[in-house]
Structure formats: C-alpha cells, structure tokens
Design a protein around this ligand. Sequence first.
Ligand SMILES: Cc1cc2nc3c(=O)[nH]c(=O)nc-3n(C[C@H](O)[C@H](O)[C@H](O)COP(=O)(O)O)c2cc1C
Length: 157
Amino acid sequence: MFDEYGIPDDADLEFAALTLETFVYCSRATDGVDDAEVNRIIEFSQRRNVARGITGVLVFGSGVFFQWIEGPPAEVQTLIASLHDDSRHYDIVPLDRSIEKRERLYLGWEMERVEADDIRSVLHEALDSAEDEHNAAALKRILAHLDSEPLAALGRG
Ligand SMILES: Cc1cc2nc3c(=O)[nH]c(=O)nc-3n(C[C@H](O)[C@H](O)[C@H](O)COP(=O)(O)O)c2cc1C
C-alpha cells in the first residue's frame, strides 16, 4: 500500500496515516544567494524530495527562507544534516520538530514566494513562543533584517 518511501501507491489512500517526522525552520539567505541560486535549490530539492518521500513547502521572501518538511524520519534527518551544512543560508532557527503517526499535510513539494510582511507575522508568532534564547536571538536578527529592508525591495524575493 505504500512504496518504499512511504508514499501511498493508490491515490485513494493518500490520507492514510504513517509515521512522519516534521521539521519546520526559518533561516537567512547568505549574501550573494540570488534568484538563480534559489531556483537551483528549488529544482534540486524537487527531484531529491520526490525520491526520498519528502513533501512540504519552501517559502522565500526578502532574503528569508521558511521551510516545512515532512517525511520518513530517516530521510528527514539526513536532510536536516545537509541543511545545517549548507552555506547558502545561516541563522537557522528550528521552529517545530516532531515524529508522529499522522496524515501528510502536503502531498507534494511546493514553493512559494511571499512578501516580507507575511514572513514577519510568522516570525513574530514564533518569537512570542520561543523558549530557547539562541533561537529567540536569531529570530530577532531576522526580524531586524526584514525591518531594515528598503521599502522598494520588499516582496522582490
Ligand atoms: C533554504 C534551503 C532549502 C533546501 N531544501 C532542500 C530540500 O527540501 N530538499 C533537499 O534535498 N535539499 C534541500 N536543500 C539543499 C540541501 O541543503 C543540500 O544542499 C542538498 O540536500 C544536498 O545535500 P548533500 O550534498 O548532503 O546530499 C535546501 C537548501 C537550502 C539553502
């Protein structure tokens, strides 16, 4: 009923519960990471995530990434390690991480480009509930970066 990556073979079974690890984080794009580089990340991730049974969403706007990843725990853990080694972003702030038996929230892999205001409200919520002082400090740095963006640059990705 599932293939080796935990993706249901049959579309009717797409809401079946399975053991999924979820990782949600935000980070800042390193200087020099331009649209072409973001497109390379998206193209690579698209192929790699399908092969690993990972689904989720990557949001990018005003130099800030926000990503939701869900999939088989071993695959998600491998990806988390790669993300931490990737010099194209920094100030990685884990916002949520869990392993539970549940339905997938995302059936495929999506990419969204958003405006700074959308990211700002998500980060403010995260800051309100941040318990770890390093995470709170990184969130404040990201928010300060968003606040310092010239208006003309907002939403340009
Ligand atoms: C913001 C961001 C999001 C990324 N998302 C993914 C992803 O969803 N899937 C993926 O395979 N790689 C993603 N990557 C690329 C990984 O960090 C890494 O380069 C890639 O998985 C290759 O890792 P490896 O050389 O350890 O195999 C992302 C990179 C960045 C900077």
